[in-house]
Every structure is written in C-alpha cells, then in structure tokens.
Write a protein that binds this ligand. Sequence first.
Ligand SMILES: *Cc1c(COP(=O)(O)O)cnc(C)c1O
Length: 390
Amino acid sequence: MKPTVSTSPFAVTEKPPLSRPRFPFLDLKAQHASIAAEVAVALARVFEGQQMILGPEVTALETELAAFLGCRYCISCASGSDALLLALMALEIGPGDEVITTPFTFVATAGSIARLQARPVFVDIDPATYSLDPNSLARAITPRTRAIMPVHLFGLIADMEPILEVAAANNLPVIEDAAQAIAAAQRGIMAGNFGVIGCFSFFPSKNLGGAGDGGMLSTNSTELADRLRVLRAHGSRKKYHYERLGINSRLDTLQAAILRVKLRYLESWTAARRRNAASYRRLFADAGLSSCELPAEPDGSRHVYNQFVIRVDDRDDLRRYLTAAGIPTEIYYPVPLHLQPSFSYLGYKSDDFPEAELASKHVLSLPIFPELTPAEQSAVVESIADFYQA
Ligand SMILES: *Cc1c(COP(=O)(O)O)cnc(C)c1O
C-alpha cells in the first residue's frame, strides 16, 4: 500500500484550524462604499475645473489639515517618503551628516536620510512601544549629528518628552515620522506638533488614505513652511526662477479633493479603530490569552491603531494557522532596517539592536480597520485561542 502523503501543512496530531468565512486585512472597498457619492461629486468638480496639480483644492486641504492638527502650516507633497525627504532638505541635511532614527520602521524613514547621502544612525527601540528608546538616544549623538527622527509606529506617538529633552540639550531639530499616526496625541498635543516638522502619508493603508500616493508636512515655523513650498516645486517661487535645488513633489488635485472628503470622517474612523482595539482587549482577557502581549497605550497617549500589533511566541506557526483558518494577518516588520541589504554599507550586524530584532520575530498585526465587525473580531481571537489550546 502506498503511504498517504498529506498536503496539509499541519502535523496529523495537530488539530486542523476551523475554516471560517474570509474577510480582508483592510477593507478599503467597505470604506469607499460609505463615501462613494461624495467622492464622485468631488472628482467631478476637479475634472470640470481641469486644474490637476495644486490649486485651490490643495490649498483648502492644507488649511483644513492644519486646523485639524492644530498647527500653523500644512504643506502637501507627493508621498510620505517625499515628506521625509523634503523635511531633511529644508533643514539642509546632506553628505556627512548623521540623523538618528529607529531600525524598526518602514524603509522610507532611513531611506530619506540615505538618499541625501547623510548617514542613518540607528538606536534600539523600547520593546513596550516599538518606538525609538529615549534612553539609547544620548549615546548615539556625535559632533556630526544633525537631527533626530523618531517614528510614531503603528499609531502611537513615541515617548516625546525625553526625546525632546535630549534634542534641546544638544540643540538638534526633531523631525517626526508621523506617517502612521495622523490624529494621534500625547498629553493633548497632536502628532506633527512636537518636532520642527511632522511628516504624514496618504498611502491608501494609512488612517487617512488617498486613492494613490500623497503626503503632507506640518510645521509651526513660517520660515520652514515657506522653504518647504519652494522645495516641493523644483525650488522655485516664481516660474522658471530657481532659488534652491528642489524636487517635483506636488499633491495631485484629485487626491486633495478625495482627501478633503475623507478628512471629514477621520475622527469617526479613528474612534472606530480605538473601539475595535478596546474590543480586542476584552476578547483576549475573556479568552485568558495571557501569552499574547497586547499593544501598550501609555497614560496620556491617544493611540490611533493604524496597526493592532500583538507580540507572541511561535509567531510564524500562529500566522500559518490563522491563514489556514481564514484570518488575515500581516507582519510589520519582518526584517529591521540595519539587517537589510540596502543598508549593509552602514556596517551594522546582528545583535546590534536586540530589541528591534526580537520585535521583528514576535510581532503580528491583526485586522483593526474601522468597518471590522464584532463577529470578525471574535473569530480572530477564537482562532488564536484554538492555536494555543490545540
Ligand atoms: C507609509 C510610511 C512612510 C512612507 O509613506 P509613503 O506615502 O508610502 O511614501 C514613511 N514612514 C512610515 C513609518 C510609514 O509607515
């Protein structure tokens, strides 16, 4: 008799996962359905006007976002990555300069530094918040340090008070990578108001996402706002006169029109994400899943849950089990930046940032989008409980 070959990824002794109705990790179709009519009106208005780059629609978005964030100026650009690049350019950071940041982030954070031929200098993360550890900051400062770039990872603002203290003591500007943290706050202050410049992204998966790429800078400095407007438009204030070396990084008028519609819903979507996070906390507690570490929400912080990230043992096995059970998950981020080939020239090695490396092996992002239903959330937690009890 031929031996039977199992195609199941699960050992025969393991209990197979219960298969459930599928739902996505992020349901942008559901979001669009709820605002489709308003978006159509906004798009028609832009097509009728045929101004497709910048213009009054973009200025209106900038004004509305500045009011929302409580900052003096917002300057839009083509992406969150460009926002980071423009911020560094506005501070005249270039070859030989060092900028301190975290290795546990999206590539664009350090990429923007490297693209200007400055050097990303990494410091390890606080394992509880996944953001730059303020205690490691001071010893990373050298005479070449020109800026500090904390990242408000997953929607939680980095511990800004000690970071700003070190920055002030060393006379260094802080640039916030707030791409994942629009509407997040700490001690009543919104992301984008802590540093000299805040950088936001309208990538579709962000809490305020466009229909494509887009980005935004926030600042309370008139001088920096003016410089950023010049830099995003080829370095020109007056057509065909170039006062600085700039780039082409303007926001499409169509994106601005869509984002203005979505901005009106941002508070209710944020509230829904926070409600979903609270539900997860209850469900995990009820299931007695003490082996899963849930996201920290330090006192005085308003987490906006761009991601709901748990920390677990057997992460890869759990993820495989959940996938088979129809539960979508993601890993942000599987490889910290200091171990990426594109940054090997920096000379970092394994164990240089142990907390970032541990996090990359143990984190798992669960669905948290605003339209997620209670039944779907229960299915997520039940499947996790099944895995650990199997
Ligand atoms: C998304 C993101 C960016 C880049 O934004 P894009 O708009 O995709 O260029 C930068 N930093 C972080 C932390 C991000 O999550």
